[in-house]
Design a protein around this ligand. Structure first.
Ligand code: GRF
Length: 229
C-alpha cells in the first residue's frame, strides 16, 4: 500500500495534529504524517510532534514582505518533503489563491462549526448567541473562498443548557479528533470522489438522526418511580 505523504500545518497547540499522528500510526492507515509545519516558531504543537518522532519545521511569516513570499517558502518546504496531502489544523494564516491552487484537491481543513453555518472565528460564541440546539465541526477541501469547499465529514453535538463557549468548544473538539482522521483516511484511500461541490462515495449511511433536545419520558408529577401495578 502506498501511503500518502502528509503534512500538517499548525499555528498552536495541535490537538487535531495529535489525533492525526495517532491515527496514522496504524499500519493500514493510507496516509503517513511526514512533516508538521508551523508559521510560529513557538507553536506548542511543534514540540509534541517532535516528541512523536515526526519531522518539524517552522517558517516565520513575519520575516517575509508579503503573503505570497511566505507561501513560496512554505511551498518549497512541502516540495522538499515530497508532500502529497496537506491537513490544515489550526493554521491561522489566510492563504492566497496562488497557494490554494497549487494544492487544490489535496488540502483539507477542519472548521469548528457545521459549515456553511458559522464561517470565520468565534464559532462557539456565535452558536450560543443564536440559541442553536445542534452545533459541530466540518472537514472540507480548501478552496480560495474562506471556509468553503467540498465537505468530506461532519460531526454534530448537542448544545446543552448552561453551556459556555469553553464547554461547547470542548464537546466539538472531541469530535474534531474523530472526524479529521476519518476524513484523511477517506481521502487518502481514494474511497471518496469530488463531484462539483459534493464529496461522494463515503461509508454507507444509516438513516439515524440526531435530535436535540431528546424527548424526555417524563414521569407524572409526584411519582417516585416505585409504584406497583
Ligand atoms: C480547532 O478548533 C480547529 O477546528 C480550528 O482551530 C482549532 C485548532 O485546535 N481550525 P488544535 O490546535 O488542533 O488543538
Amino acid at each position: 500500500m502506498t501511503r500518502l505523504r502528509t503534512a500538517i500545518l499548525i499555528s498552536g497547540r495541535g490537538s487535531n495534529m495529535d489525533a492525526l499522528i495517532a491515527a496514522a500510526r496504524a499500519p493500514d492507515f493510507p496516509a503517513e504524517i511526514v512533516l508538521v509545519l508551523s508559521n510560529r516558531l513557538d507553536a506548542p504543537g511543534l514540540a509534541k510532534a517532535k516528541a512523536a518522532g515526526v519531522a518539524v519545521a517552522a517558517v516565520d511569516h513575519k520575516i517575509y514582505a508579503g503573503r505570497e513570499e511566505f507561501e513560496r517558502s512554505l511551498h518549497a518546504m512541502l516540495e522538499i518533503h515530497r508532500i502529497d496531502v496537506i491537513c490544515l489544523a489550526g493554521f491561522m494564516r489566510i492563504l492566497t489563491p496562488w497557494f490554494i491552487n497549487q494544492w487544490r484537491g489535496r488540502m483539507l481543513n477542519i472548521h469548528p462549526a457545521l459549515l456553511p453555518s458559522y464561517r470565520g472565528l468565534h464559532t462557539h460564541e456565535r452558536a450560543l448567541a443564536d440559541g442553536v440546539k445542534i452545533h459541530g465541526c466540518t472537514v472540507h477541501f480548501v478552496v480560495p473562498e474562506m471556509d468553503e469547499g467540498p465537505i468530506v465529514a461532519q460531526a454534530a453535538v448537542p448544545v446543552l443548557d448552561g453551556d459556555t463557549a469553553e464547554t461547547l468548544g470542548a464537546r466539538v473538539l472531541s469530535q474534531e479528533h474523530v472526524i479529521y482522521p476519518l476524513a484523511l483516511r477517506l481521502v487518502a484511500s481514494g474511497a471518496v470522489r469530488v463531484e462539483g461541490n459534493r464529496v461522494l462515495g463515503a461509508l454507507p449511511q444509516s438513516e439515524a438522526t440526531l435530535v436535540a433536545p431528546e424527548e424526555i419520558s417524563a414521569m407524572p408529577a409526584g411519582c417516585d418511580g416505585d409504584q406497583t401495578v
